[in-house]
Design a protein around this ligand. Structure first.
Ligand code: KE4
Length: 445
């Protein structure tokens, strides 16, 4: 066996061996690009090798070396009820006996669609897909089909999945037609995307004054999770609603992360702003691959086979994933206090860490909406990509590695949201605050 060279073996995690993870990662790198099936997991931003996870239970995950962690990633948001939630597991066991996919309509898909329409009033019709990316890709296609316009407005630092035209990094400032962040995306694909700074009403007004009649839609994370957690400024979402209506563009809320997360009805319920379309993912699959897009009936009537906008998927609405999603949504619908409890517990956790950072003399800004939050190593405020990107990522890395050593699994990037689940107990929160105190103390020393 080759000598163990990963930083984690250099004593930084003396009491925690990661040998099996490291070996598996070296093996994975031979056949999987970067050794991971999604770049976000690669630990590139935090150093060392990614941990290979063997199992999860409630609020905890266990890596292949037998180490236990309190999980604040929750599969990047889906596991709001925690790992191996009994009702979801039971629903899956039932489906396994009757067949996992038919490529034909099933009763469960009707139940799922009716649940989403019931819980999120702006959704009059909804189409199930297999990921958040498929949902956002389809939603902007429908917006273009409905309006007959080409331009799409997105916001710098927002991520809507790996849709060619949405992988765009703007020039700063005034609305310009940006070049793509990703290789392999022709300039012509991203030339119809206008990236603007988040939380600037003025930038949106200027953009619409210039391009308004050609803009099909705005797509926005109503609470941004993908530059770290950044809430909308007071009145911002209302302004987006007003401006899009004024110019006949559609307002798309990308609630893949916030849907059924920041409240039962998502960010649109929390802030009282009704979009024309909404995209979902993560929580609605209960840990299995489910995405969805939906909204106004007149808009969704453009979707084939009803209308001219084509979108399809072999496994869309498959019984296995939909059964997990229904179990998750029914649990959330029938648990009157679940969101209040999530909010209170996350509030306690954040206040404890805020105090620990102050005690350690470490500059930290914490943004939180419900049970999604981010610890920014930043004097703050953090209100957009420009401020978020000024965070001290070196300090984040040290904090991240320290928390791993202490048994807390955080997102491996300063620019991601953390998530609390309903399975995290008061003791788990107390343990996390104590661990954060130690990790922050080590930073300051
Ligand atoms: P998926 O295609 O990954 O299911 O969803 C794409 C997507 C769309 N919209 C929002 C607001 C999202 O946050 C995402 C995906 N989120 C990332 C983490 N921030 C997924 C993790 C990953 O890429 O591995």
């Amino acid at each position: 066996m080759s000598e163990d060279v990963s930083p984690q073996s250099s004593g930084s995690t003396a009491s925690r061996s990661h040998d099996r993870s490291r070996r598996l990662f070296r093996q994975a790198e031979k056949t999987i690009p970067g050794g991971v099936n999604s770049p976000a997991r690669a630990f590139r931003a935090v150093g060392g090798d990614p941990l290979f996870i063997e199992r999860g239970e409630g609020a905890r995950i266990y890596d292949v070396d037998g180490n236990s962690y309190l999980d604040y990633v929750g599969s990047w948001g889906p596991l709001i009820l925690g790992h191996c939630y009994p009702e979801i597991t039971a629903a899956l066991e039932q489906v396994l006996k009757t067949g996992t996919s038919f490529g034909a309509p099933t009763e469960r898909e009707v139940e799922m669609a009716e649940l989403i329409c019931e819980i999120v009033p702006s959704i009059e019709m909804v189409r199930l897909v297999n990921s958040g990316t498929e949902a956002t890709m389809s939603a902007i296609r429908v917006a273009r089909g409905f309006t007959g316009r080409d331009l799409v407005v997105k916001f710098i630092g927002c991520y809507h999945g790996h849709v060619d035209s949405l992988l765009v990094k703007a020039g700063s400032g005034v609305a310009t037609l940006g070049m793509s962040d990703s290789g392999g995306v022709p300039a012509s694909f991203s030339s119809t995307t206008i990236p603007l700074p988040f939380n600037s009403v003025e930038a949106v007004e200027e953009c619409f004054a210039r391009y308004g009649e050609k803009i099909a839609c705005i797509i926005v994370e109503p609470v941004v999770g993908n530059m770290g957690c950044v809430p909308p400024a007071p009145g911002y979402l209302e302004a987006l609603r007003e401006i899009t209506a004024k110019y006949g563009a559609l307002l798309i809320f990308d609630e893949v992360m916030t849907g059924f997360r920041v409240s039962r009805g998502g960010a649109q319920e929390l802030y009282g702003v009704r979009p024309d379309m909404t995209t979902f993912g993560k929580v609605i699959g209960g840990g299995l691959p489910v995405g969805a897009y939906g909204g106004r009936k007149d808009v969704m009537s453009k979707v084939a086979p009803l209308g001219p906008v084509y979108q399809a998927g072999t496994l869309s609405g498959n019984p296995l994933a939909v059964a997990a999603g229904i179990a998750a949504l029914k649990t959330l619908k029938n648990s009157p206090d679940v969101y209040k409890q999530l909010d209170q517990r996350a509030g306690r956790l954040v206040e404890g860490v805020r105090k620990a950072a102050a005690d350690a003399g470490v500059a930290m800004t914490i943004n939180r909406v419900g049970s999604m939050f981010t610890f920014f190593f930043n004097g703050g405020p953090v209100t957009d990509w420009d401020s978020s990107s000024k965070s001290d990522t070196k300090r984040f890395v040290s904090f991240f590695q320290g928390m791993i050593e202490l048994g807390c699994y955080l997102p491996c990037s300063q620019y991601e949201a953390m998530f609390l689940s309903a399975a995290h107990s008061d003791d788990d929160i107390a343990e996390t605050i104590a661990s954060a105190g130690k990790a922050l103390g080590a930073l300051a020393s």
